[in-house]
Design a protein around this ligand. Structure first.
Ligand code: ODT
Length: 175
C-alpha cells in the first residue's frame, strides 16, 4: 500500500448508506480550508426525505466582519453522484452575510453509530493533489471519539494525506 495523494484516488466509504448516516453529528476535529468559516461548536444534522434526497443543517461559531462573533445556522442540499459516498453540496446561511457556495461532500469512512470522516477538496492542484480543502471528523457523541475509534480515524487521516492537519473543535455550549 503506497500513499497516493491524488484527489481522484482518495478512497471513500464503500456501499455508503445515507439513511444510516442521517441524524446529528458533532464535529470533533477539523482541517480548515483557506478562509475558514466554522470555528467551533460545530454540529451537522442530515435528513433523508421520502424520495431519498439528502439535506442537512449545521451550526457553528463564526466570526464575521473580523470581530462579530455569532452562531451561524447553515443549510445544504446534496446532489447524488455515481459514487454513493460522493455528493455535490449546495450550501447557504440563514442570514445573507454568511458563506454560501458549492462544495464536494465525500464520506471517507463511517461506522454510522460513532464516527465519520468527511472530506471536501475545493481546488485540485496541477499535480492532482488537493490545493485547498477541508475535512471534518464527526462523532455521534458530543464528548468526542471513543478510544476504540481513534486508531481507525488516525489511519484514515493518513490515507487522505491530512494527518497532522487537524485541530480540535471544542464544544463549549456557545451555540
Ligand atoms: O468552515 C469552513 O471553513 C468550511 C465549511 C463550509 C461549509 C459549511 C456549510 C454547512 C452547510 C450545512 C451542513 C451540511 C453538512 C456538511 C458537512 C460538513 C460541513 C459542515
Amino acid at each position: 500500500w503506497a500513499q497516493d495523494c491524488q484527489v481522484a484516488n482518495i478512497p471513500v466509504m464503500q456501499n455508503f448508506d445515507k439513511s444510516r448516516f442521517a441524524g446529528k453529528w458533532y464535529a470533533v476535529a477539523k482541517k480548515d480550508p483557506v478562509g475558514l468559516f466554522l470555528l467551533d461548536n460545530v454540529a451537522a444534522t442530515y435528513v433523508i426525505d421520502e424520495s431519498g434526497k439528502m439535506t442537512a443543517n449545521a451550526y457553528g461559531r463564526v466570526i464575521i466582519l473580523n470581530n462579530w462573533e455569532m452562531c451561524a445556522n447553515m443549510f445544504a442540499t446534496f446532489e447524488d453522484t455515481p459514487d454513493p459516498a460522493k455528493f455535490k453540496m449546495t450550501y447557504w446561511g440563514a442570514a445573507s452575510y454568511l458563506q454560501s457556495g458549492n462544495d464536494e461532500h465525500w464520506v471517507i469512512d463511517t461506522d454510522y453509530d460513532n464516527y465519520a470522516i468527511h472530506y471536501s477538496c475545493r481546488e485540485v492542484d496541477m499535480d492532482g493533489t488537493c490545493l485547498d480543502g477541508y475535512s471534518f471528523i464527526f462523532s455521534r457523541h458530543p464528548t468526542g471519539l471513543r478510544p476504540e475509534d481513534q486508531k481507525i480515524v488516525t489511519d484514515k487521516k493518513k490515507e487522505i494525506c491530512l494527518l497532522g492537519k487537524y485541530r480540535r473543535v471544542s464544544h463549549t455550549g456557545f451555540c
